[in-house]
Design a protein around this ligand. Sequence first.
Ligand SMILES: *Cc1c(COP(=O)(O)O)cnc(C)c1O
Length: 390
Amino acid sequence: MNDQEFGFETQAIRNQLERTQYLEHSVPLYLTSSFVFEDAEDMRASFAEEKERNIYSRYSNPNTNEFVDKICKMEGAEAGFAFASGMAAVYSTFAALLKSGDHIVSASSVFGATHSLFMKYFPKWNIETSYFDINKPETIESFIKPNTKILFAESPTNPAVDIIDLELLGAIAKKHNLILIIDNCFATPYIQQPIKWGAHLVVHSATKLIDGQGRVLGGVTVGRADLMKEIYLFSRLTGPALSPFNAWVLSKSLETLAVRVEKHCQNALQVAEFLENHPKVKQVKYPFLKSHPQYDIAKKQMSLGGNIVAFEIKGGLEAGRTFLDKIKLCSLSPNLGDTRTIVTHPASTTHSKLSVEERLAVSITDGLVRVSVGLETVKDVIADLEQALS
Ligand SMILES: *Cc1c(COP(=O)(O)O)cnc(C)c1O
C-alpha cells in the first residue's frame, strides 16, 4: 500500500495485518502471550534484536502492532508503543526519558492523574515540575532552566477547554532544545496532529474518543524513533503493555474514528450554540465558537472543534449540583468521548480537593459544567440539558 496516496479513512480501514492462510477479511485476535522460534539461531537473532519479530506480548503482539501502526500514520510519527491505559502511556513516557535532577515545564491545566505524578511522585526521584498558565503563553520561557528537559501540555484542556498555540510550543522547544510532548487526547489525530507543529512525542488515552464506545482502557505514545526506542526499552521491562484484546478492539475503533468524530463535533457545536443563547448560562467555552478566547488558534491547528463543551451555569456550586440532579438522559460518569453524552461538574467532584484559588488557576469556576457530547440524536441531548437548566 502506498501510504502517501491514501486518505485518513482509507489508512484507518485498509492498513491491517497480513491475512493468514484462512484468508479472513477482518483481522483476527492474536490472544497469545508468546511466539515460537524456528530454531536456536532464529531465537538467538530475535533476542539480539537482529530481526524485527514478535517474541513475547509484553514486548509486542500483532494486534498491538497494527493499532500502533495506524496511530503512527494518523499522527505522522516514526514509531510508537501501546499501553494498558492513558496514564501508563504518560507515566512510562516521562519515566523512560527523565533522570534524577531533570526538570519539566508543563501547563498547569493537565489531567488530574498527570498533575499528581508531577507533584507527588516525580519529586520522590528528584524530578521537579514548574507550571505555566496556559492562558499566559508569554511566560513559558521564564520557567525554563538549564536542567529543563521536557515541555508538556494538553490542548484542548480538560475540563475548561482552553487552547494553546502548538506552533509556539514547537518554537520554544526548538529554541531551548526541549522534548515537546503533547497529550492529544481531546482532539484525536483526526482533528489535530501536534507533530506537524513541532511536537516530538504525542500521548493519548485511547480510552476516550479512540475507543469511543466506553468499553476498554488503552493508551499510546508515538513520535520520534530515537525517543520511542528509549520508551520501548523501558516499557518492555516494566510491563505496562496494552493487552492484545484491547488492541484488537481499539484498532477496529479506529476504522470508524473519522465518522464518529465528525458527528461528535457537529453535535457538540449545536449544543454549544444552544447553551450560548440560554439565559441561565453565563459563558460557554467551545473551540469553534467565535466567543472562545483562542478561537483563531483553534481554527489554525484544529480541523474541528472537538466534542467537549464547557459552560458556566449561573448560581455557582449549588446550581451546578442541582443541574446534575435534574439530568435524565445524559450520564453522570467520569469518562468522556463516549457515544453517550456525559455531564460532569468538576468543582464538586474531580477537582473538589483543590482550593477555590487553585481551581481558578486552571479555569475551573464553581459553576463550570463539562459536557462530553455523544452521538445520540442531538435534539434529545439539547432537550435534556434544557429541562435540567430550567
Ligand atoms: C483520561 C485522560 C488520561 C488518562 O487516560 P486513562 O486511559 O484513563 O488512563 C490522560 N490524559 C487526558 C487528557 C485524559 O483525558
